[in-house]
Design a protein around this ligand. Structure first.
Ligand SMILES: [Zn+2]
Length: 284
């Protein structure tokens, strides 16, 4: 047997009779099950209201779930854009640090060059003071070796300066990326804020509608309904799809369909969703 809840009879009064004629299934079932005329009106009335109510509740909960998704998408987009900005800033920092390092290296080499040059001046001034040819030659060799070393150093300095220029050329791109990432973040923040206000007001409207429909649920059905909603949200309900649960697509028995047609609250045995008949089969 399907899990049963008490029928969701609503307090709204709907004239009996008019609905009955539109619903031959309920009519047949009711006639077979009970004293025809009285039960007929009751079943037919509650059938329509139950199916409509569950259908409406499902639609409202789906709307709420959709709105909640949209609301939570905003902060996710902001997080994504923030990460994008952080990435761009990290790249810029790398470029700036590379420039600093290359400058430091060039400065060190320039200091070395200055000290080597002053040493050379010093050595050259000593040439005239040499007393022997041998002493003179040794000093000349030393000066030649030092000149070679300074020219190597000069080459290295040139390379370091070229390196700085090369890195500096990537700086505008990195800076532009940061600026663009900042703008994108600001844009998404402002859009999300604007949308949040609209979404919040939609949620308020939909919740108001939900309150109205839920208020019509009889007290004994409300509790099990609330429990289901709390644990499953919009997935607490599913329309019957032919002979299957529209939520988990497991087949449901003919008995369950018959129960639904008699306005009984039936839950899917497989997923537990509260089932309701789709608009076409319930005649409303
Ligand atoms: Zn199911």
């Amino acid at each position: 047997m399907p899990r049963r809840f008490k029928p969701l009879f609503l307090s709204a009064t709907i004239p009996t009779g008019t609905v009955v004629t539109h619903n031959p299934h309920a009519q047949r079932l009711a006639m077979a099950a009970d004293a025809p005329s009285v039960a007929l009106g009751k079943f037919a009335m509650s059938l329509n209201i139950t199916a409509i109510t569950l259908r409406t509740l499902h639609r409202i909960h789906q709307q709420l779930a959709d709105l909640t998704d949209q609301i939570s998408a905003g902060p996710r987009q902001i997080t994504g854009r923030t990460k994008h900005l952080e990435g761009a800033e990290a790249k810029l920092t790398i470029v700036q640090n590379d420039i600093k390092k290359a400058k430091l290296l060039a400065d060190q080499k320039q200091l070395q060059l200055r000290s080597a040059e002053s040493k050379l001046v010093d050595l050259e001034s000593k040439l005239n003071a040499c007393k022997t040819n041998r002493e003179y030659q040794t000093l000349r060799d030393q000066i030649a070796a030092d000149r070679m070393a300074t020219s190597v150093l000069e080459g290295e300095i040139l390379e370091a300066l070229e390196l700085i220029d090369g890195i500096r050329k990537t700086l505008p791109v990195a800076e532009a990326e940061v600026a663009s990432a900042k703008k994108l973040l600001a844009d998404v923040k402002s859009r999300v804020n604007t949308e949040a206000a609209t979404l919040d007001s939609h949620v308020a409207t939909v919740k108001l509608e939900l309150d109205g429909v839920e208020r019509d649920l009889p007290a004994d059905s409300r509790e099990s309904y609330q429990r289901m909603i709390k644990s499953k949200g919009a997935d607490a309900m599913a329309a019957v799809d032919g002979q299957s649960c529209g939520g988990c697509f497991q087949q449901i028995t003919g008995n369950m369909v018959a129960e639904l047609k008699m306005s009984r609250v039936v839950a899917c045995r497989s997923c537990g969703r509260l089932l309701y008949l789709p608009e076409s089969s319930s005649g409303s």
